[in-house]
Structure formats: structure tokens, C-alpha cells
Design a protein around this ligand. Sequence first.
Ligand SMILES: Cc1cc2nc3c(=O)[nH]c(=O)nc-3n(C[C@H](O)[C@H](O)[C@H](O)COP(=O)(O)OP(=O)(O)OC[C@H]3O[C@@H](n4cnc5c(N)ncnc54)[C@H](O)[C@@H]3O)c2cc1C
Length: 402
Amino acid sequence: MAKNRYDAIVVGARCAGSPTAMLLARKGYEVLVVDRATFPSDTISTHLIHPPGVAALERWGLLERLVATGCPSIHTYAFDFGPFVISGAPGTGDARVAYGPRRVVLDKLLVDAASEAGAEVREGFTVEDVSIEAGRVTGIRGRDKGGQPVTEHARVVVGADGLHSLVSRAVVPEQYNERPRYLAGYYTYWSGLPMNGRFEAYDRGDRNWAAWPTNDDLTLVIVGWPIAEFEANKKDIEGNYLRAFERAPAFRDRILAARREERFVGTAVPNFFRKPYGPGWALVGDAGYNKDFITAQGITDAFRDAELCAAALDASFSGARPFDVAMEAYRSTRDGHVLPMYEFTCQFAMLAPPPPEMQQLLEAVHENQEAMDGFARVIAGVTSPAEFFSAENVGRILARAR
Ligand SMILES: Cc1cc2nc3c(=O)[nH]c(=O)nc-3n(C[C@H](O)[C@H](O)[C@H](O)COP(=O)(O)OP(=O)(O)OC[C@H]3O[C@@H](n4cnc5c(N)ncnc54)[C@H](O)[C@@H]3O)c2cc1C
């Protein structure tokens, strides 16, 4: 067996990878984190961080740094359904607000935090293969910034390498709860579109869009349409994007008075869970579990994975629990937490009209501030959809509306 130079090698240094590396390094482990990207750099992703993700940054001592970048906080989520608007506070006692930092800002901050914690960070390093000996992952093979071939070994290789994870392709994990792509989304950034601390989402049949403030006095606006229109609409992305706003004239007027500052970026993603561990390997973030971006859960989920996976690896490395037992606890906690939101997200991403009972419930919610805050906290990932849409809670909301 190869000699291990590291306890863990983390492939991918963004929302899932850098926090995993940081948390393991803070526990005193030898950690290498590699990414083919260099930082600061952007990636295809909008970047609303719901209050539970903000709470993670605070726990890690990184929130002050984020605030210092000038990124405005978001205290209100407003969901405009046309005939009515549900407007509520997404936060809780320990995290009252959300933030929408540019990935170029957020990811750099996370990489720096991993490095400061003692993890060795190699940027511009492309992993080309995973070393497997006798059915066990033992390390990585890749090329450094200068193109030189490099091999490294570790007790565990953590794939934090995103949706198209090379680590996952090498270990072929069990994949479950798979759903197709439902939605295509395109976004860009606007100046002169003030949001005053609000995240706004608009639901207009087969068009859905959202806007929120980010760094540099810019506002991000993302528009979604059904996957069936993905190819055809590529011929005129700007026209299709702007035509969506005709369905909400007040918003259309605001955006017509604003100025577009960047190009359009867009994509569509599949929905799946992967078993996030096996002999010598683990998966965190999008590599292990992906869902449509319509509910903006990915960054917050990646942060949670980092904490759960790092704690499980610590338990295994320290001998407190066998690897499989510790990692199965990571998988079951992850799945138990995210499954109701996963179902809700897939449903929402279909852009189908809500069934009549849901329509009736949403109308009742909008007449009741406590229920509106509750709905905002569902989208924020604070309250589980299973709890909010329970027969008991729905009965209570409907009874108050009568
Ligand atoms: C259009 C869109 C909008 C979104 N909006 C939101 C939102 O508003 N809020 C939210 O919370 N989430 C959002 N998400 C989801 C969010 O982007 C992801 O969940 C999040 O980026 C996952 O982080 P990650 O670290 O797992 O993966 P990534 O951010 O994808 O990072 C993976 C890293 O791995 C590196 N890598 C990959 N392969 C290799 C290799 N072979 N060698 C070396 N390095 C490698 C890549 O260079 C990359 O830096 C959105 C996603 C999309 C597509």
C-alpha cells in the first residue's frame, strides 16, 4: 500500500471543498485541497445564501469577512404570485438575514480560510484520475499548475468537485431518487435596480424569476423557463429573458430603468442523490447530491455537508467510530434533512400551476403574517416543508383565514 502523506485530499475548493478542508485542518489533520481553478474566480451559479448558510459562516468565524466585502444583507423574502404577494422574514434567532455574495468573493474567502487553518491549497491543479488499490481509493493523479504530473496519497479522498465530479465517476457510487432536468435558468447583473434588503421572486405560470442584491451595488436577476424550451430559447436568450417581465409590469418598469452590466449565463441541472462514501473516499456538495437551483439551497447544503462529513471523518480518523458507521451517519443525516426540500424543489421546478388545495393555502398564508414568515422560512431552508405543509399546520392556517 502507498504511504499516506495526507489524512485527506479534497478535490475542489469552492463551497463544499474549502470548508471541509478548513474544518479538518482545524482539527489538526494533514489536508491537501486542490482545484483546477485559481482564485478569485467565478463559476456558473447564482449565490443566495439562506440564513442557515449564513449561520455556518458565523460559526466558522467568517461572517465578518463577508460583511466587510460590502455585500448587503437581505431581511425579507417576497413571493409575488400575481393576485397576491407572500412577504416574510426568512431568518431565525441565530441568523436573521440572508446574503447574496458574488462567487468570486465568497469562494476566495473560503479558500483563504482553508489555507489559514493549515490546509495545503494547490490552485491550478487538475485531477485526472483517482488511484485505487485492491478496491480502495488511495490517492489522486493529476497535473500541477505547470503541467507536471503529480501523484499524492491520503487515507481518504474527498470529492468536492461539483456536479460532474471526477471522483464520483471513478468510484461509481449508488445513485438514487433521480429526477430529470426540469428548468433552464439564465441570469445576469443590473445596476440601478435597488432591492432595499429584499429578495423578490415572481411566479407567472411557465416563467419564474428572482432578484436580489449582491456586491458592488449590483442586483442579480435570474429567469427560469421549462426545460422543453431550453434549446429553442437559446436562439434569443435576451429576448426570452426580457419578455418574461411583461407578466409583471411593475417589475418590468424597474428593470427597463436599470442597466445590464454583464453577459447572460445559464444552464439546467439534473436532480439526484449519491451514496457519499465508500472505501477510502467521500463526496460532499454537488458531487454527492444535486437539486434544481430554483430554491437556491446548494451553497447552504454544501456548508452542511462540509460540517457533517468533516465530523464523520474526524470520528473515523480518531478511532471513535468505524469509518462506515461514521459515514453512514453523515449520509442518513444529510438525506433526512434534505429530502423534503428536494421533493418540494423538484415540484416547484416543474413550473406547473399549483393544485387547487395549494392555491387555497397560499392565499390563506398571505392573509397571515406569521404564516408568511413561516413560508419564507421554508424557502430559506430553516423550516422543513414536511413541517410547514403538515396537516396540522395547514389546518391552522386555513382555519384562521375563514
Ligand atoms: C444556475 C445556478 C444557480 C444557482 N444558484 C444558487 C443560489 O442562488 N444559491 C445556492 O445556494 N446555490 C445555488 N446554486 C447551486 C450551487 O452553485 C452549488 O450547489 C454549489 O456551487 C456547490 O458547491 P460545490 O463546492 O459542491 O461545487 P462547485 O461550486 O461546482 O465547485 C467544484 C470545484 O471543483 C473543481 N473541480 C472539478 N473537477 C476537478 C478536477 N478534475 N480537478 C480539480 N478540480 C476540479 C472545479 O474547478 C470547482 O472549482 C446554483 C447553481 C446553478 C447551476
